[in-house]
Design a protein around this ligand. Structure first.
Ligand code: ZN
Length: 424
């Protein structure tokens, strides 16, 4: 089986490439990129006017399996991922049961082998049952090919415990992803604290609850000389903390999510529960700071924080509705709409933050089109506009923050392991 992608704009930051080229794929691998390759018996894809990038890597997705297959499954989530040009996802461990033992990780791996349509990598819980009281067997879980550790959805309050986790992770070289939220400060809140929360009569979530915890977690990682990755950064103050830590040489990386780059607290005015997420949409100034932070590299990557919920959990009063929005199918279009063309962001930057960057942070041999690498490729039209509609959503849950909005950038083909896995 071989494919030639003809005359697309090939953008691959891993080899400093941005030029109109042909890409030859054989037996699941990228074989060669050249000005012109004669098709022969290969399947040819005409990519004229389109962009050819390494398949996207999303290092923050909630697949809900096991335990909440009514919201999403490994199968439906990976189909949604492919529709969004994402070829690899990191599955968050807050499932039921949660991924806090070798047995749970083993069972999840079996389910992935059976039903995943894209590459799924596994993150393990940092503490048993994500309760924050006792560490999981981090080394044992690493042997079950668990790539990163996180209690995502909650933060580890116990500083000593977190410190010993960083010690273990420094020795094993594995990554800790921190959900930064001081619940003593955020408890009961549903939207950003400020004018909007007051005018809507809702309890606010202060920015302090996030950036104070970012500061604390970075300090603990620094003392342990370990790596740390900050999940879903939503405000300017967190960006400042991360910028200062990077300047000091701390091994910190950070992500924000596409929705924080495009939306802000003003979008919550209509009490639309599909705009309710944690951390909440912040102010317009925060959004602008995040954009700048992505452009200047303080924020390394974007991740979806794909969080599917059933209608029962969303079609209720704002205060009672579940936190979280889906994002796999809109990661690239929203990132393009928010950054590309409006700012000085070029396609190389987009590839860096959506693919090459996350692959590097996770230590995956993905996010590249170099010869010999796995042929995971996304082909998209960066200019084509489309409307996000419920009926077009592949995910099992439809809680998109972008329903009814026009986005720029449409995935046309997704190639996984050298075969067309999605076609618009
Ligand atoms: Zn999450």
């Amino acid at each position: 089986m071989s494919i030639i992608i003809k005359q697309g704009l090939v953008v691959d930051p891993s080899q400093g490439l941005r030029a109109i080229k042909d890409v030859l794929i054989e037996n699941g691998k990228i074989v060669r990129i050249a000005d012109c390759i004669i098709p022969g018996t290969s399947q040819a894809i005409n990519a004229k006017g389109l962009v050819v990038m390494p398949g996207l890597v999303d290092m923050h997705a909630h697949l809900r399996e096991p335990g909440r297959e009514d919201k999403e499954t490994i199968e439906t989530a990976t189909m949604a991922a492919l529709a969004g040009g994402i070829t690899s996802v990191l599955a968050m461990p807050n499932t039921t049961p949660c991924i806090d033992s070798a047995q749970a990780a083993g069972l999840l791996q079996k389910r992935i082998q059976k039903s995943a349509k894209a590459n799924v990598f596994v993150a393990g819980a940092l503490t048993k049952n994500r309760k924050g009281h006792a560490l999981t067997d981090i080394e044992g879980l690493c042997n079950k090919s668990v790539l990163a550790f996180t209690d995502d959805g909650s933060s580890v309050d116990d500083e000593k415990l977190l410190s010993s986790a960083f010690d273990i992770c420094r020795k094993t070289g594995v990554l800790i992803v921190c959900h930064c939220e001081d619940t003593a400060l955020s408890a009961g809140g549903t939207v950003n604290r400020g004018f909007i929360s007051t005018s809507m009569g809702l309890r606010g979530i202060s920015k302090e609850s996030e950036y104070k915890r970012v500061e604390r977690d970075i300090n603990i990682a620094e003392s342990a000389q370990a790596r740390i990755h900050i999940a879903h950064v939503s405000c300017a103050e967190s960006v400042d903390v991360i910028r200062q830590a990077k300047a000091k040489g701390v091994k910190v990386t950070a992500e924000t999510c596409p929705h924080y780059l495009m939306l802000c607290e003003d979008d919550v005015r209509g009490f639309d529960t599909n705009k309710k997420m944690n951390p909440p949409l912040r102010s317009c100034d925060d959004r602008n700071s995040l954009k700048r932070a992505v452009i200047d590299g303080v924020i390394d990557i974007v991740s979806t924080d794909h969080a599917p919920h059933t209608e029962n959990e969303k079609d209720i009063e704002f205060e009672r509705a579940a936190f979280g929005v889906i994002g796999l199918e809109t990661m690239l279009p929203v990132t393009l709409t928010a950054l590309y063309g409006n700012d000085s962001t070029d396609l190389t930057k987009i590839a860096q933050i959506c693919s090459t960057g996350p692959a590097r942070i996770l230590g995956l041999k993905k996010g590249t089109l170099s010869a010999g690498s796995d042929a995971d490729v996304v082909i998209f039209d960066p200019e084509r506009e489309w409307m996000v509609e419920k009926r077009g959503i592949v995910s099992k849950s439809k809680n998109s923050a972008f329903l009814g909005m026009r986005l720029k950038g449409k995935v046309i083909f997704t190639i996984l392991n050298g075969a067309v896995a999605y076609q618009a």
